[in-house]
Design a protein around this ligand. Structure first.
Ligand code: 6PG
Length: 472
């Protein structure tokens, strides 16, 4: 009994995370029912590291030092409960189990409670960074049982990505905070991907640029203030050739975007806590619309919107405006997600430290970008800020670029380039930053047809009017 850490599930993520831990000096055991995966774990490990692959759960249990530290990296859903059911009779009080998959946070709340009744410390942890992150440094978002966290803290620090010498992992809060933070991370990921794809549409169809030129644009942007993982991989994508034809691979990919649930959950959950996240909603919704390929083909025959080229006096100047628009839209995507986290933290008593959330998103994760440093500085000043758009420095990044943002959206609309993500992002900030919205009229309508009452601008209380007796 002397291994430091056990992993259940030796898929790409589980395997790579173990290799990473082993490289940092920890001895690890990986369990998978499939023998080839257990064997691949041992053969793929760095020479002279302590890595063992097993196909019997009991063998892993017997080999771990106490309290046992076990991580599960299996597909979210019922499988997690099945694994827990299999594992529980083999564990001893005080053992630690971490679910590091993309589990729905409400399942995590239930599992934390259930395992607590059996004296097992259970934690939900978000991991971002994909295969490479798992192998060489990810962003790790653990939450839940504090005792358990203290037992695994060193290990997580060792395998997390680093920014300015600091590990991209921190305690995310009580209960299911780890999975909640990861869910919102993914919501932001969806939103950023949506608006990048719209900007691609504008470059391709609005400005008629070729893939090589589009690559150049994203590459240049990634060298400046838009520096981010998503912009970087976007630039790379336009260079990849297809292996079956002479085309560029991106042009051969069917336009149906998959999704595994985290984006949709973010939208659903935001509604439950009355938080507006329209860019994320649009991103989820457009992925769904993308699936109706056959119907879209039919509709495209029926409507045949003219694909017009965007009229610019100077294309380079317009591309600079596009950069400004994307920059502002990125900030607002983050703002929506972070606002949601702040509200959820209070609503569900999770005590999520927003300052640490943005700090550990600076490296390793899919939504890492230069901007996170600005947000970090904003939360260092005020960790309870409800919306980063209220920070003066953030406002100074946005305000000078609003005109460019509006022009980009207007030109895209006139060229019939669907740009719902950008449009709704613009609508979000225009509404958020307006003292008066036209919702006074909605209140009047509600009171007219349903006597729902309204508040007044000049006196306290609720009012109802008999709207039928109009006094002209
Ligand atoms: C990450 C990613 C990762 C996964 C997404 C994909 O942070 O590393 O978010 O967790 O790639 O969940 O989600 P969809 O399949 O829903 O796009």
């Amino acid at each position: 009994r002397d291994y430091d850490f056990g992993m259940i599930g030796l898929g790409v993520m589980g395997q790579n995370l173990l290799f990473n831990m082993a490289d940092k000096g920890f001895s690890v055991i990986g369990y998978d029912k499939l023998e080839e995966k257990a064997l691949a774990l041992e053969s793929g490990a760095t020479a002279n590291t302590l890595v063992k692959g097993v196909t019997e759960l009991q063998e892993m249990i017997d080999g771990l030092s106490l309290p046992r530290r076990i991580m599960m990296l299996v597909p979210a859903g019922k499988i997690v409960d099945d694994v827990i059911a299999e594992l529980l009779p083999l564990l001893a009080p005080g053992d630690i189990v971490i679910d590091a998959g993309n589990s729905f946070y409400k399942d995590t709340v239930r599992r934390v409670q259930y395992l607590k009744e059996h004296d097992i410390h259970f934690m939900g942890m978000g991991i971002s960074g994909g295969e490479k992150g798992a192998r060489y440094g990810a962003s790790l978002m653990p939450g839940g049982d504090r005792t358990a966290y203290n037992h695994v803290h060193n290990l997580l620090q060792a395998v997390a990505a680093e920014v300015n010498g600091e590990a991209c992992t921190a305690y995310m809060g009580n209960g299911a905070a780890g999975h909640y933070v990861k869910m919102v991370h993914n919501g932001i990921e969806y939103a950023m991907m949506q608006i990048i794809s719209e900007v691609y549409d504008i470059l391709k169809n609005g400005l008629q640029l070729h893939n090589r030129q589009i690559h150049e644009v994203f590459k240049k942007w990634n060298e400046g203030r838009l520096q981010s993982y998503l912009v970087q991989i976007t630039a790379d994508i336009f260079l990849k050739k297809d292996e079956f034809t002479s085309a560029d691979l991106v042009d051969m990919i069917l336009d149906k975007a998959g999704s595994k649930g985290t984006g949709k959950w973010t939208s659903q959950e935001a509604m439950d806590i009355y938080i507006s996240i329209p860019t994320i909603d649009t991103a989820v919704s457009m992925r769904m619309l993308s699936w109706q390929k056959e119907e879209r083909v039919l509709a495209s025959k029926l409507y045949a919107f003219p694909a017009t080229v965007i009229d610019t006096n100077d294309q380079d100047v317009f591309i600079d405006k596009l950069e400004d628009a994307l920059y502002v839209a990125f900030i607002i995507c983050y703002a929506q997600g972070l606002t949601m986290l702040q509200k959820a933290s209070a609503e569900y008593s999770m005590d999520i430290p927003l300052k640490d959330v943005v700090k550990i998103w600076r490296g390793g994760c899919i939504i890492r970008s230069l901007l996170l440093e600005d947000f970090y500085q904003a939360f260092v000043k005020d960790n309870d800020m409800t919306n980063i758009l209220l920070d003066k420095n953030i406002a100074n990044l946005i305000s000078p670029r609003m005109e460019a943002f509006r022009e980009v959206v207007a030109k895209a609309v006139m060229a019939s380039i669907a740009s719902g993500g950008l449009q709704n992002t613009l609508a979000y900030i225009e509404n958020y930053a307006s003292e008066k919205m036209p919702t006074n009229l909605i209140q009047a309508q509600r009171d007219y047809f349903g006597a729902h009452q309204y508040e007044r601008i000049d006196r306290e209380g609720m009012f109802h009017t008999d709207w039928d007796s109009l006094n002209f």
